[in-house]
Design a protein around this ligand. Structure first.
Ligand SMILES: Cc1ncc(C[n+]2csc(CCOP(=O)(O)OP(=O)(O)O)c2C)c(N)n1
Ligand SMILES: [Mg+2]
Length: 577
């Protein structure tokens, strides 16, 4: 049996399933992450030019769609069965809602004439998805397919991007719908519509920044979503503005630029790249937030950003502007608004900025050099158990400006933010900072790899988080994705354990695991697997992993006492530096 319905099978070309697939293709969809259901959709999809990428578990599949969207700039699409499968889409849709990533979830529903009868796996999907999507609707009539699909894509990609759920009853999919409405628009990319902030507000912002004593830009993930990295880099260089980022905004400017502070937030403690740069944030008098929702982690529980400063906020979502810091409102797309701001600043005159530049650059250079010196031994010495900082140094040496790094939640995201360098504006570091859920690393990497043919995508995960998505190693193998996965195997829920120790002076028994051989799990799934216990073997193991044409896993036995530079850990443990 084939995997696509023969095009000449009676009624196929006129089925709702086929029309759905055709409409999805019109919106640029080439891949749908799925597991066969809705079957009539997936059997019709190849004829519309859409392939299925089969996940093992729905929560991972939704996250693959997320990673795909983050890298492709197009809508991630995931499909699932009604009931239990649909419930597993809640976590990835919730992450996408918080991180503003457009996903269309196509979810099958029970047949229309069986609703409210305890049909098999019947569930109120509209209520299920209410809290984790921008929009959830059911298609009830064959005549409304095109309209509803367009509404779904416009909602996902329009304004502040986010996830939507399109619910389709199983019986509707096989119904005949003869008169497809002739629609032509491709609404599958984001940002869908670009709008620029009010020119008067842009001029006012330019004036404030041009004449500030100590201005600072803090860029968030919205810069990547808008494709605004080049525009921000031009503003940084031409208007002589220092730029820091959030974890999701990492790579929105090159961290090798002399005016880049790197990532600022809740990890500016001992060993942080940004530790010595904290005063540059605290002493800023005009702060430009762009695509940055000023959340708890990014602001170190709202203690880091200066209280007395004047804020300017560029955001596509006007409800974010001024939420945590009252701000001059620049509601609009980041790219267009940054371009307008740069032009307005050049017009305003930048002599004060140019004069201040050498001193600002010197402070940043000294801070970063200080960090290099302070962490040199921990990054380069071969200690056992292996220090994560040593792993990050090995990774820093093997990646290039085109590599996409995906990290799981917990310490992995922090190691990446702190120890890897963005070498160009637009370099991507994918972290699940919407909700910081464990298990996102590998599926984010899979989605990203599918969106970036020919590019290297590497995944970093802790052993606890990785246990949420082991099964997807088989997915990566089957889909022939050459992703190196590095597992930081400290045999504990590190963040949980260390934070409990600091906050309560004790931790619960949940924090310690029995030993797990992740390399053996990888090999059992047909992937390449290496276990590394000696730091001296690390670089060769990474190179070996990098050279594979299939997924590879490097299981690094790391120091359970190693902590990234979370600020509130300062002075709570013996210095390892
Ligand atoms: C789905 C989910 N469950 C629980 C948590 C709470 N949590 C945050 S960090 C952490 C520990 C993670 O351990 P591991 O993945 O091994 O990384 P490590 O900190 O040891 O490097 C836990 C349990 C979470 N963020 N997400
Ligand atoms: Mg761990």
């Amino acid at each position: 049996m084939g995997t696509a319905m023969p095009a000449d099978a009676p009624g196929v070309n006129e089925s709702v399933a086929m029309r759905l697939a055709t409409a999805f293709r019109r919106h640029g969809v080439e891949i749908v992450f799925g597991q066969s259901i809705p079957s009539s959709f997936f059997l019709a999809a190849p004829q519309a030019g859409i392939r299925q990428a089969t996940y093992r578990a729905e929560n991972a599949g939704g996250t693959m769609a997320d990673g795909y969207a983050r890298i492709s700039g197009r809508t991630g699409v995931v499909a699932a069965q009604n009931g239990p499968a649909a419930t597993l889409l809640v976590p990835p849709l919730a992450e996408a809602l918080k991180a503003s990533i457009p996903i269309v979830a196509l979810v099958q529903d029970v047949a229309r004439d069986t609703t409210e009868k305890n049909a098999f796996q019947e569930l109120d999907h509209l209520r299920l998805f209410d809290g984790c999507t921008k929009w959830a609707r059911r298609i009830d009539h064959a005549s409304r397919v095109e309209e509803m699909v367009d509404l779904a894509f416009a909602t996902a990609n329009g304004g502040r991007p986010g996830p939507v759920a399109l619910i389709v009853p199983a019986d509707l999919l096989t119904e005949t719908a003869r008169h497809a409405e002739a629609r032509k628009a491709d609404l599958g990319r984001f940002p869908l519509d670009r709008s620029v902030a009010d020119p008067a507000a842009v001029r006012e912002a330019a004036k404030l920044l041009a004449h500030a004593r100590a201005p600072l830009v803090i860029a968030g993930g919205g810069v990547h979503s808008s494709g605004a990295a080049e525009a921000l880099a031009a503003l940084q260089e031409d208007a002589h503005l220092p730029v820091a980022t959030t974890a999701m905004g990492k790579g929105s400017v090159a961290e090798t630029h002399p005016l880049s502070l790197g990532v600022v937030g809740y990890f500016m403690g001992d060993g942080a790249r940004g530790r010595a740069l904290r005063p540059l944030v605290e002493q800023a008098d005009v702060v430009l937030l762009v695509g940055n929702r000023a959340n708890q982690n990014g602001t170190d529980s709202w203690k880091l950003y200066p209280r007395g400063a004047r804020y300017i906020q560029i955001d596509i979502d006007s409800t974010e502007i001024g939420r945590n810091y009252e701000a001059l409102r620049l509601a609009g797309d980041a790219k267009l608004t940054l371009e307008a701001l740069r032009a307005a600043m050049l017009e305003e005159g930048l002599s004060a900025r140019a004069e201040a530049r050498p001193a600002t650059e010197a402070r940043i250079r000294e801070g970063v050099e200080d960090w290099h010196r302070f962490t040199r031994r921990i990054r380069t010495e071969n200690r056992e158990p292996i220090r994560p900082e040593r792993v990050m140094q090995a990774l820093e040496e093997i990646i290039d400006h085109d590599t996409i790094v995906a990290a799981d939640a917990s310490y992995s995201s922090i190691w990446v933010a702190n120890y890897l360098t963005a070498r160009r504006p637009g370099m991507r570091f994918l972290t699940p900072r919407g909700l910081a859920g464990l298990g996102w690393g590998l599926p984010l990497a899979i989605g990203a790899r599918m969106a970036a043919p020919g590019r290297k995508v590497v995944c970093l995960a802790g052993d606890g988080g990785f246990a949420h998505s082991w099964a997807e190693l088989e997915t990566a193998r089957r889909l022939k994705l050459d992703i190196p996965v590095i597992v930081l195997n400290n045999q504990i829920l590190g963040y949980q354990k260390h934070a409990e120790d600091v906050l309560f002076g004790a931790h619960t028994e949940a924090c310690d695991f029995a030993p797990v051989d992740h390399a053996a799990i990888a090999r059992a799934c047909g992937c390449h697997g290496i276990r590394v216990e000696r730091a001296a073997d690390l670089d060769d193991a990474l190179r070996e992993a990098w050279a594979q044409d299939r997924p590879s896993l490097v299981d690094v036995i790391t120091d359970p006492d190693a902590r990234p530079p979370v600020t509130f850990y300062d002075n709570t443990y013996a210095s390892p530096f």
